[in-house]
Design a protein around this ligand. Structure first.
Ligand SMILES: [Cu+2]
Length: 292
């Protein structure tokens, strides 16, 4: 084997190794990887259910497609002009008509039962441990922790100018995922119910955290509620999911799920760092939690 060929072979080998590494996601396990088609690994009970519902739907879709494909192939082969020169004049078949009415109804019921279960599971918020108010703004997020009485802004590290190559990308410089990392992420404790209250300051935004199974519109003049309970520690990313203007793609969401001790430490640090974390002007906040 020539030197040139060997060189190319090892280059391919290195490429494959890099692809496998990227596939296994050693750098950012909770980030999408190239050529993925499935959902990101779940990190909450709601997302567990969404994932299994998605799997059920995939099975149903696949079986129906294969069934219809088989029927088509059968008709093409068995009833083409050559194989079947004299067409049948059959019409109406009661058994067949009952079957193709009843079977789709059964399929829809099979889909409806877990679907409604999941909807109610998402909608009914368990008693929350942590309460966070999320305010969508053009184009960043403001978070309020009413229980600790502080608020702060969270800006994406990758700016519009950085994406256009007009200035260095802070995310890449800091070794963080571009377009997803922020300057001030939010922190939540693991295995605790976090209630999220969303609203918009200007136009409609949407706060979304795929691995927690959360996506909630942030609408001016309205408060929407949702929740998640992270089942493992880690850093999780999301993006604004309602087209909200020119820099819609530049207002990511970064959530750090940490142990109770680390969360308490972050809260204590945040209360001291008044440059970033400021007291909420109207601290009347969450009366329900304050009453507990
Ligand atoms: Cu947006």
């Amino acid at each position: 084997m020539s030197q040139k060929k060997l060189g190319r072979k090892s280059a391919i080998g290195a490429g494959v190794a890099a692809a496998v590494l990227a596939w296994s996601g050693s750098a950012f396990a909770d980030l999408p990887q190239p050529y993925e088609t499935g959902l990101l690994p779940s990190a909450s009970p709601v997302m567990d259910q969404i994932t299994s519902f998605h799997t059920l739907l995939l099975w149903i879709i696949t079986l129906i497609c294969l069934f219809v494909l088989a029927l088509l192939v059968w008709i093409l082969i068995r009833y083409n002009r050559r194989a079947n020169p004299v067409p049948s004049k059959t019409h109406h078949n009661t058994l067949l008509e009952v079957a193709w009415t009843i079977i789709p109804v059964i399929v829809l019921v099979i889909i409806a039962i877990p679907s409604f279960k999941l909807l109610y599971f998402e909608a009914e918020i368990p008693p929350p441990d942590v309460h966070i108010k999320v305010i969508g703004k053009q184009w960043f997020w403001t978070y309020e922790y009413p229980q600790s009485n502080f608020t702060f802004d969270s800006q994406g590290l990758t700016t519009v100018k950085a994406a256009a190559g007009e200035e260095p990308d802070r995310a890449l410089a800091e070794g963080k995922p571009r377009l997803l990392s922020v300057d001030n992420p939010i922190y939540v404790p693991v295995n605790k119910v976090v209630e999220i209250e969303t609203t918009g300051a200007d136009v409609i935004h949407s706060w979304s955290l795929p691995q927690m199974g959360v996506k909630m519109d942030a609408i001016p003049g309205r408060l929407n509620h949702t929740w998640f309970k992270a089942t493992r520690t880690g850093t999780f990313y999301g993006q604004c999911s309602e087209l909200c203007g020119a820099s819609h793609a530049f207002m990511p969401i970064e959530v750090h799920v940490v142990s109770d001790a680390d969360y308490a430490r972050w809260l204590a640090d945040a209360k001291k760092n008044t440059k970033i974390y400021q007291p909420i002007a109207d601290a009347s906040g969450d009366r329900r939690l304050a009453a507990q």
